[in-house]
Structures are given as structure tokens and as C-alpha cells.
Design a protein around this ligand. Structure first.
Ligand SMILES: Nc1ncnc2c1ncn2[C@@H]1O[C@H](COP(=O)(O)OP(=O)(O)O)[C@@H](O)[C@H]1O
Ligand code: SF4
Ligand SMILES: [Mg+2]
Length: 343
């Protein structure tokens, strides 16, 4: 890896699920990069492929799915390494924090044993005292007191279990963390705690973090860059401040408008819903819902453009002009999806 090269470099990733109705193209040509010490937020409505992207990077896809492209972790293509090697990398190199806490904690094992098992699997020579010290430090960071170290998973509340899971994922100080909606089921206090832990990790250990969330407030607070995902593709990506202040893609703009803030008087949401990924709309997949749709948008898939503000965006509003056919800029006549907006 070159000194300043990205920790994670995903190139043209595609993931399909098999289904009785045909292939679900959940990730359809995605490229993203994350550097050491950088937090990339991945946002978009439910069903746009965010979790599939996270799982595809980790090699944790269900049987019957197909994957193509490159997932370079420090120059190693994770799609090419053996299952055994990938398992060995999970923990010390890359970690995934799931949404549901109970999925990974063994109900028959004390919290203490979860930690010692995780740590010694990767660092067998550590002394017991050191294992204990590291475990308690990780738990303490998540606000779990040492007195609870010998408890079993069921003796904790859901929020505490989630924090234990996170402590467990982070105890080996992985170089890349993928957190999939890590705070969705938690109250705001715990949420703030978790975000500050993730920030510490990035600061102290130069961890690269992919933070999947539908909470744009979290992105504004915790992320350096943001990628907006729609129907299996990255619609727009850029510096979080820039994307928030000057969204270039109509989908980003509409997502931002639908955030309810204290001074919101009316409620805005994007009409319609993300499409089925078995049979999505042709050309620009957002065109049936897009207030700015032009004729070209239903004819040709938009191509990635780099903007001067640093974003990259896939939308015909940003060109390239020479590829737009005659009359392509005319507004697209389409049945308006009922617009739900109150004054
Ligand atoms: N195991 C699966 N088999 C078939 N389709 C799936 C499977 N998991 C997810 N999908 C579909 O893939 C698409 C993307 O899902 P997902 O990655 O979970 O999106 P998000 O995390 O953004 O909500 C959705 O259409 C979803 O229904
Ligand atoms: S390409 Fe066209 S339909 Fe798609 S987001 Fe841009 S303006 Fe809207
Ligand atoms: Mg998801």
C-alpha cells in the first residue's frame, strides 16, 4: 500500500441476489474509497443496497448471491482471498458492527469469555492480565462498568448488548470498521456515546470507518465524506459539508429536504419509493421520482461527472452536454407521483 493510499478501495462492485422473480441487482457498479482516519457516511432510503455493500466488502453474503468487481483492502483483493484468510482478517483488520445485537453474542458465554476468546484468537501470547486490561478498557469506553464483566448476555438491556458488541468489534483496533446502522435501535444518549467512541477510534488508531445510516444528522456530525446511494449506485459523493450545503443530485436534495428539523413547518417526503432492484426503471433509476427529470433521463443512464466543488455525481443536470441528444433537455412528461407536501 502506498503511504497515502486508501485503506479500502472498492472498484465497480456488483452484487446480485438470486430470487424466484430474477436477479436482484442490489449493488450495481459501486466505487468508493476510504483513507486511514476517515469516516465515510453511506446514506439513502431503505432498500437502496447499503447493507449489501457493507456485507459484500466483508465477504458476508448469503449463499446464492453473486459478486463481481474489486474490494481492495490495503491492496489485497478481498474477493480473491480464501474464506479462511478472510475469517482471519475479520477482527484485527476489518470489523463489521451489525444492527441487531443478539446475533453474535453467545448466550451461554460470559461477557468476559467473549472478550478473551476474541483477543486470544488473534494474539495468543498475551498475558491474562493484559487480555483483561484491554477488555475492561474497551467495555469502559462503552460505559459498561467492570462489575458487569462476568455477566451473561441476557443480563443486559438491548442497548447495553449493542454497546458490548461494539466494544468487542473494536477491541482489536481494526484498520477498517463497517458499522451498519449501529445506533438505530438506541436512545440518543447511547447514540452520542457510540459516535464519540467511533470518533476516538479514528483519531487514536487511524481507523477507516464506513458508517451506514439513514440519519443525516449523524452524518453531519460524524462524517468527513458522504456517499448517497440510490437503487444500487452512488448517486453523489463528496465532502460532507459540501454535499450538505450544495447537494448536486436531486435525490440528495430531496433527502435533505425530508429531514425534519425544529423549524420545519411542513413535512416533505420524496413521493414514491425506491424501485425494485429486479426490474428497476431504465436509464436514470431515479427518473420516475425526480422533480427535474428531462427526456434524456428516461433514455440514457447518466455518467459520472466530477464537479469543481469536489463532488462526483451521476445526473444529466451536470452533463456531459455533448452526450445529451437533440431535445433531451426538454422536461420529461410523466405521470406525477402524488406529491405529498403540506404548507
Ligand atoms: N438475501 C437477499 N435475497 C434477495 N434480495 C435481498 C436480500 N437481501 C437484500 N435483498 C434486496 O436487496 C436490495 C437492497 O437491500 P439492502 O442492501 O438491505 O438495502 P438497505 O440496507 O439500503 O436497506 C433490496 O431490494 C432488498 O430487498
Ligand atoms: S439524471 Fe435526470 S432524472 Fe436522474 S436525477 Fe438527474 S435530473 Fe433527475
Ligand atoms: Mg440496511
Amino acid at each position: 500500500m502506498s503511504a497515502n493510499g486508501p485503506v479500502l478501495d472498492v472498484r465497480d462492485l456488483r452484487v446480485w441476489y438470486g430470487s424466484t422473480r430474477g436477479a436482484v441487482r442490489a449493488v450495481d457498479g459501486v466505487s468508493i474509497q476510504i483513507r486511514a482516519g476517515e469516516v465515510l457516511g453511506l446514506v439513502g432510503e431503505s432498500g437502496c443496497g447499503k447493507s449489501t455493500l457493507g456485507r459484500g466488502v466483508m465477504g458476508l453474503l448469503p449463499d446464492g448471491s453473486a459478486v463481481d468487481g474489486q474490494v481492495l483492502f490495503q491492496d489485497t483483493d478481498l474477493l480473491k482471498v480464501s474464506d479462511r484468510q478472510l475469517r482471519r482478517m475479520r477482527g484485527p483488520d476489518i470489523a463489521l458492527i451489525f444492527q441487531e445485537p443478539m446475533t453474535r453474542l453467545n448466550p451461554l458465554m460470559r461477557i468476559e469469555d467473549h472478550f478473551s476468546e476474541t483477543i486470544t484468537a488473534h494474539e495468543p501470547k498475551l498475558s491474562k492480565a493484559e487480555v483483561r486490561r484491554r477488555s475492561l478498557e474497551a467495555l469502559g469506553g462503552m460505559g459498561i462498568p467492570p462489575t458487569r464483566f462476568r455477566n451473561y448476555p441476557h443480563e443486559f438491556s438491548g442497548g447495553m448488548r449493542q454497546r458490548i458488541m461494539i466494544a468487542l468489534a473494536l477491541v482489536l483496533r481494526p484498520k477498517l470498521v463497517i458499522a451498519d446502522e449501529p445506533t438505530t435501535a438506541l436512545d440518543v444518549l447511547v447514540e452520542a456515546q457510540i459516535l464519540s467512541i467511533l470518533a476516538d477510534l479514528k483519531r487514536n488508531f487511524d481507523t477507516a470507518l464506513l458508517l451506514i445510516t439513514h440519519n443525516l444528522g449523524i452524518v453531519a456530525e460524524a462524517c468527513d465524506r458522504v456517499a448517497v446511494m440510490y437503487a444500487g449506485r452512488i448517486a453523489e459523493e463528496g465532502d460532507a459539508r459540501t454535499v450538505f450545503s450544495q447537494p448536486a443530485h436531486p435525490y440528495t436534495r430531496e433527502l435533505l429536504r425530508s429531514v425534519i428539523s425544529l423549524n420545519t413547518t411542513g413535512l416533505h417526503y420524496i413521493p414514491g419509493a425506491p424501485p425494485s432492484l429486479i426490474d428497476p426503471p431504465a436509464a436514470c433509476k431515479f427518473h420516475p421520482r425526480c422533480p427535474d427529470a428531462m427526456r434524456v433521463c428516461a433514455q440514457l443512464a447518466p455518467v459520472e461527472q466530477r464537479l469543481s466543488a469536489g463532488q462526483r455525481v451521476e445526473c444529466w443536470l451536470h452533463g456531459p452536454g455533448d452526450r445529451i441528444p437533440e431535445g433531451g433537455r426538454e422536461p420529461l412528461e410523466q405521470e406525477r407521483i402524488a406529491v405529498a407536501e403540506e404548507a
